[in-house]
Ligand binder design. Structure first.
Ligand SMILES: [Zn+2]
Length: 435
């Protein structure tokens, strides 16, 4: 870990124990610096702030931020050149996201922002008892672009030095799952970082084959939504130290569960996260406790190519008020939910939230290994299920009757299959709406 990252980490280890008032004061100071920099040096924001009739001086309280315009995924994609700062710090790092909504976007940021990202990541992983230098097994999708051989060799050496081991989670046949178990036994990771649903699948295999011959291994879930039925399996296979996290390539770790397991603490020293609900007049307001809303994120330390009020397409559930029993005043979200695109439409034009399926499958954890629901353009639904031995007519009836009650007026077909294909990046999409 480089010195600048270490300095951020030490700072963040202290700020996590500050009072809510002090945290908000510091966050507003960071926001003010970002907004003035963007207004003075970034053509895109100078233009859009003026069009909206706001100046950075108008934003004094957290509520005032809603006077600033939102930045959609489409706008992020189209505005990169105009969003780059014309004064230092310049964006020296560029990344393309895998585009789980089907449209990849490129974002850029400066080195200082990278140090903050890394500091936030290491603090969050620390909550899961993971220290730099610990052995870690990544159960992840394959890298999208394979580096040339020489570079790949160097990466292998680096990973061994850093005591990291990567296991491809796309290979979820018998051999792939057995290989993952073998890696756990031989490599003895101090922590596993895993795609959430792939990890659920691995855990299910471990439980079914009674392969567990290890104690508790902290298990950090990432990249995919963590479903309750997968969490149950992971806790059985790896012990109770299961930590949900919410990250993205645009801003890295947005929120992470602490060891009180009472929701995910937002990384508010590095980002400003809003959860917004659209009311009946089409106006957006902050979600009330327990409500699900759109995630809007402001990247506080990225001056190179700022992201201000970026609606990233994710949905999160707002947390009831009150402090976490760990003592940290960092605000929390309850959970991150399916992508916004995962809303289904019934035969009468009504919206049906994609969360229907994980809720429906919860009592069927012993009968259903995997599933994927696809709503086609004609609104008909195909539900594919990888059954386990416990799947029977009762389970089939329960599913069909529940679906016919909830998504009324559309034809529903249930197919039992051997496997469900993953996207090229290795992510699973439990609900797909074809548009
Ligand atoms: Zn906590």
């Amino acid at each position: 870990m480089g010195r600048p990252t270490l300095a951020r980490l030490h700072y963040l280890e202290r700020t996590q124990w500050l009072s809510q008032d002090e945290l908000v004061t510091r966050q507003m100071a960071s926001l003010g610096r970002l907004l003035w920099h963007a207004y003075d040096n970034v053509p895109y924001y100078r233009r859009t702030f003026r069009e909206a009739g706001v100046s950075p001086g108008d934003v004094r309280t957290p509520d005032d931020i809603r006077r600033l315009p939102l930045l959609s995924r489409a706008e992020v994609r189209e505005s990169l050149a105009e969003r780059k700062s014309t004064a230092p710090p310049f964006p020296t790092i560029q990344k393309t996201t895998s585009g789980s909504t089907g449209t990849p976007i490129t974002i850029a940021y400066d080195e200082e922002s990278e140090h903050w990202r890394q500091g936030i990541k290491w603090r969050g992983y620390g909550w899961a008892h993971f220290r730099p230098g610990d052995r870690v097994m990544h159960y992840w999708g394959p890298p999208q672009i394979k580096p040339p051989f020489s570079k790949r060799a160097k990466i292998t050496v680096d990973r061994m030095m850093r005591r990291e081991r990567y296991v491809d989670c796309v290979a979820q046949d018998e051999a792939g799952l057995a290989n993952a178990v073998e890696t756990i036994r031989r490599f003895k990771p101090a922590v596993v970082i895993s795609y959430s649903q792939a990890g659920g699948n691995l855990a299910r295999y471990i439980n079914q084959t009674q392969a567990k011959d290890w104690g508790t291994i902290p298990f950090i879930c990432t990249a995919e939504q963590l479903f309750a039925h997968d969490r149950v399996e992971i806790e059985k296979a790896f012990g109770p130290s299961v930590f949900d996290s919410y990250g993205g390539r645009e801003t890295m770790l947005l929120a992470m569960e602490c060891d009180a397991h009472e929701g995910l603490h937002v990384s508010m020293e590095n980002i400003l996260l809003e959860v917004l609900v659209t009311d009946e007049n089409g106006k957006k307001r902050p979600a009330l406790p327990g409500e699900t809303g759109e995630v809007v994120v402001t990247d506080l330390h990225n001056f190179g190519a700022p992201l201000i009020r970026y609606a990233n397409g994710d949905l999160a559930k707002a947390m009831p008020e009150g402090h976490c029993s760990c003592g940290r005043a960092l605000p929390r979200i309850r959970s991150v939910e399916g992508r916004k695109a995962d809303t289904l439409i019934d035969g009468f034009g009504g919206q049906v939230h994609g969360m229907l399926f994980p809720v429906l499958m919860l009592p069927l954890a012993r009968a259903v290994q995997q599933y994927q629901a696809v709503q086609h353009k004609d609104r008909s639904i195909t539900l594919r299920i990888v059954p386990s031995a416990n799947f029977d007519d009762g389970a089939r009836r329960f599913i069909m009757e529940s679906l016919r009650r909830t998504i009324r007026g559309v034809p529903i077909a249930l197919h039992l299959v051997d496997e469900i294909p993953v996207t090229p990046s290795g992510k699973r999409r439990p609900v797909i709406v074809e548009t």
